[in-house]
Design a protein around this ligand. Structure first.
Ligand SMILES: NC(=O)c1ccc[n+]([C@@H]2O[C@H](COP(=O)([O-])OP(=O)(O)OC[C@H]3O[C@@H](n4cnc5c(N)ncnc54)[C@H](OP(=O)(O)O)[C@@H]3O)[C@@H](O)[C@H]2O)c1
Length: 249
């Protein structure tokens, strides 16, 4: 993996941080991006610039992505892939979910991911041997979680994007896949789990026959999809949910 660069979008905590850690352990080089870059610096104090470049970026500022992608291409000579783990979730009744909120959620969860794939699929922006992109969707796009209509819609759009974009990019040896995740223990999920009473928490846990996920459970699959071992896999959304969607009610 020496000299093969992956863009880690949303690398400062949670699933993005776990995946960055695993990529570095397996010998990849990583461009790690988020708003809080200090958290990334503190996490990897001993990793040199030849293996880890840290780029501060707010993915809500979609207008800045083009310049940032050019900078990353200059720094790396082109990426071998990207995983997009940046995301925001707001739980809000539909009647109070105004267009402004929809735009905010879609900018971070959806439009920035589309734009980065567009920019890194241009000739010279990705490795001559091809590239792999992985997006993180959610089971919220498939089941009726209260207050999650906008979040679910922003993730459903990622899944809808995958098949056509993958077919279009296959000729460039670019693969594109998504993971639809159940609940994984991170800051994002703990924000709503912490607000639950004991009964609600028990009901949630009972819905996961293999228990709630840990960031490493997802990181392993992302790194597999980024690697050459997954060279024949594209255009798919894989469900990772600890058996949640197939449990007996
Ligand atoms: N955890 C779950 O249960 C779960 C379930 C289904 C899907 N997912 C999806 O999986 C992905 C990762 O989730 P997670 O649980 O690891 O979330 P998390 O712990 O909240 O981490 C989110 C990451 O995204 C970055 N980020 C958020 N907004 C950003 C912005 N505007 N610009 C740049 N970076 C931004 C954060 O960095 P900064 O704050 O430093 O910018 C952080 O590194 C998300 O897309 C989420 O929707 C998670």
């Amino acid at each position: 993996m020496a000299g093969r660069w992956i863009l880690a979008a949303g690398a400062s905590r949670g699933i993005g941080l776990a995946t960055t850690r695993l990529l570095l352990r397996e010998g990849w080089s990583v461009v790690a991006s988020a708003r809080n870059t200090r958290a990334i610096e503190e996490e990897f104090p001993d990793v040199g610039e030849d293996r880890l470049k840290i780029v501060p970026l707010d993915f809500a500022q979609t207008g800045e992505l083009q310049d940032c992608a050019s900078k990353i291409v200059d720094l790396t000579g082109g990426v071998s892939g990207m995983f997009y783990a940046a995301g925001m979730q707001k739980t809000m009744p539909l009647t109070q979910s105004k267009t402004q909120l929809a735009e905010e959620i879609f900018r971070v969860n959806t439009f920035a991911a589309f734009e980065l794939i567009r920019l890194f699929s241009k000739k010279g922006a990705y490795d001559a041997n091809g590239a792999s992109f992985v997006l993180l969707s959610s089971m919220a796009a498939h089941e009726g979680a209260l207050g999650k209509a906008l979040y679910g819609a922003s993730k459903g759009a990622l899944e809808g994007f995958i098949p056509a974009a993958a077919a279009e990019l296959a000729g460039r040896k670019i693969r594109l896949n998504a993971l639809a995740l159940g609940v994984v223990r991170t800051d994002m999920s703990m924000e709503f789990i912490d607000k639950m009473d004991e009964g609600q928490r028990r009901t949630l846990e009972e819905g996961y026959p293999l228990g709630l996920g840990d960031p490493d459970d997802v990181a392993l699959f992302i790194v597999y999809l980024l690697s050459e071992r997954a060279r024949w896999i594209t255009g798919q959304t894989f469900v990772l949910d600890g058996g949640h969607s197939v449990r007996k009610s």
